[in-house]
Design a protein around this ligand. Sequence first.
Ligand SMILES: Cc1cc2nc3c(=O)[nH]c(=O)nc-3n(C[C@H](O)[C@H](O)[C@H](O)COP(=O)(O)OP(=O)(O)OC[C@H]3O[C@@H](n4cnc5c(N)ncnc54)[C@H](O)[C@@H]3O)c2cc1C
Length: 415
Amino acid sequence: MNDHPVIVIGAGIIGTATARALQREGHAVTLVDSGEPGRATSYGNAGFIAIDHLLPLARPSTLRRVPQMLMDRNGPLTVHRPSIPALLPWMARFALAAYSQAEVKKGVDSFVPLMAEANVSWKAEIQASGLGELFKAKGALYVYESEAGFAGGEEERALQKAKGMTFEILDGNRAREMAPGLTDRIVRGVYYPDGMHTINPYRVVAMLAERFAADGGSILRSRVRGFGRDGNRVTSVETTDQSLFAKAVVIAAGRASSELTRLLGFNAPLVSERGYHVMLAPDNVRFDLPVSLAERGFVVTPMQEGLRLAGTVELAAPHQPPSWHRADLLVRHLKDVLPGVGGTEQSRWIGERPSLPDFRPAIGRAPRLANVYCGYGHQHVGLTLATATGRLIARQMAGEELPEALQPCDPGRFG
Ligand SMILES: Cc1cc2nc3c(=O)[nH]c(=O)nc-3n(C[C@H](O)[C@H](O)[C@H](O)COP(=O)(O)OP(=O)(O)OC[C@H]3O[C@@H](n4cnc5c(N)ncnc54)[C@H](O)[C@@H]3O)c2cc1C
């Protein structure tokens, strides 16, 4: 049985980075995906390695915005109306997590070490897999159109400061110097000099997959639909084409992970937090770092293939048709805040952030199963946490216990 490979299900950024980490530990690894690596949610994100993200989104200040979110289909947070009945159980769990000081603290306690690991592990992976041409270390800029909006970030900045994170508070003029073209309406900015971003998130996954295959890993294009079991061990993974013997299994199937955990007898209450991107021709772009319009909930990132406007949140049940007016909204926002920047539209895209109600990822061994590991639920920070997730799963598979601070990310917490 030890001759069998570890089967990693899902070749998004989480599964691919995990396959790479396991391969490095000497495991034979097969990466299975029903599609091409990196073509799902990991394809179109904003590209930002967001190690500044220390507060879980399930917190009282987000909860206070829910009534407005339900009313305004053009706000930064909205709910796909036909999905509301299906989303109610998730929303109730979210409200409980956001309201509970103990849950918010668990989020902070786990995000601090996760982000530290993300920073170190991405730098190592970029080096090891030769991804340097796809990343830029130019920092990141958050800008605000109102003092109230800026004040809304104070809680997280206080935490960042307490944890030794470096940032610089800017007035509107200094923010405009850093990102020429920003409107006079910008009154404040915060610059994170240690921020890093990729100029092509899809290529990052594709190159990791290429390196994985070049170093002896197998990639199989097939849909996983079941598991063979012997007591508390999974012995095989059943795909639509074949049965694969397995030494161990990693579930990293993004939003669809819940369909697989159900087959294995445990819960992953994931919903889609849908986000959109629009690619524009890079006309008049005179900045080289991600610019986050915090109050509008989107990011403008200069990328290899154009200017990417990415973001906003639309909670939705699975398999619902896209709400393309959310993508139109991104273009309207850009015209308001960076008038004259960006040219004709080249493409648009929708992606499903895989989100658990407490906004903490599920990382580590599955409940009641000896050889199944989880890496899903990374919501807004899956790109950021991919290499850290891979390393943690590889360490646990090698027999190490995960640090105490990561207990709040235990996949068994939903039963
Ligand atoms: C607009 C937007 C902007 C974002 N910006 C950022 C950002 O700047 N920084 C950041 O860190 N994060 C960002 N994110 C979040 C990030 O993109 C996600 O958290 C991340 O891509 C999730 O990766 P994943 O590997 O879990 O899922 P996915 O990329 O969705 O991959 C899951 C894979 O599993 C496969 N799969 C599913 N079911 C099966 C099955 N039964 N059998 C076989 N294969 C299966 C799918 O085909 C898919 O390829 C953003 C997201 C969006 C939508």
